[in-house]
Design a protein. Sequence first.
Length: 280
Amino acid sequence: MGRWSGADALGSLSVARDIASMASRDLAAPVNRAVFPGYAKLEGDRTTLRGKFLKVTSILLLFIMPAGTGLCLLAEPIVLLVLGNKWHETLPLVQLLAINGVLTVFLSAAHHLNLAVGMSRSTSLVLASHATITIPLMLWLVPVFGSYGANAAMLIASIVTAPFNIVLLGRAIQFGVREIVDIIWCPLASCLVMSVVVLIIKLYWEILATVTGRVAYVATASGIGALVYAACVFLLWRWQANPDSAEAWIWRQVTNILNDICGRIRVSYRKMLCAKELHK
C-alpha cells in the first residue's frame, strides 16, 4: 500500500480496518479464546462437540451479523462523527470490511474448532491459501485501485477459502450446508428486515449536515434497528419453537437476569417497608 498508493491510502485502510473490525475483535475473539479449551476437552465426544460449536457459533452470528450490517448501513454518519469530514474516502472501505468481518467470525470459529481436534496442519494450509490468494490479488489490484483493491483482495480471499473451512469442519464434526442454513437463516432474515427499516429512516431523515443531526440519526436508526432486529429474531424463534436453539438460550439468560433484578427490587422494597414500620 505504501509503495504504490502512498501513506494516505495506507492510513485510510488502517483506520477503516480498526473501525470495521470492532465487532469481530471485541465480541468474537474473546469468545473463541474462552471456548477453545472446552472444545479440546470434548475432542473424544464429537456429537457433544458439534452441538456446542453450533450453539456458540449461532450466538456469535446473532450478535455479529446485526453489528456488521448496522455498521455498513450507518458507516457515513459514524465515520464523519468519529473521524471528521477528511476521512470521507474511508466509507466504502468500512462498508466492505464490515461485511468481511462477519465472514471472518465464522472462519475464526471454524479455525478454533479444527485446532481443538488436532487438525492444525489442515488449518495452517487453509490460512496459507488465504495469504496465497490475497497477496497476488493485492499486487494486481492495489496499483490500480489503491486501498479499495487491497480491501477487495481480502474479501475475495475470505470468500474463496470459506468452502475449505466447511470441508474441514465436515471432517471434524458433522457439518455441511444444512448446518450453515440452520445457524444463518434467522439472523440473516432479521438483518434484511432491519436494513429495510434503517434505509427508510435514512430516506426520510434530512438533517445530516450538523453534528447534532448525525448523532440523532445514528441514535435513532441504531435504536430502532436493534428493536426491529430483536423483534424479528424473537418472532422467528417462536415460530420454529426450537428449545435447543441459540435464541432459546439467550431468552433463558435474559429471563434469568430480569427475574434476578425483579427479586432484588422486591427484597429492597420489603426492607424499605420494614424500616418505615420500625421507624414509626
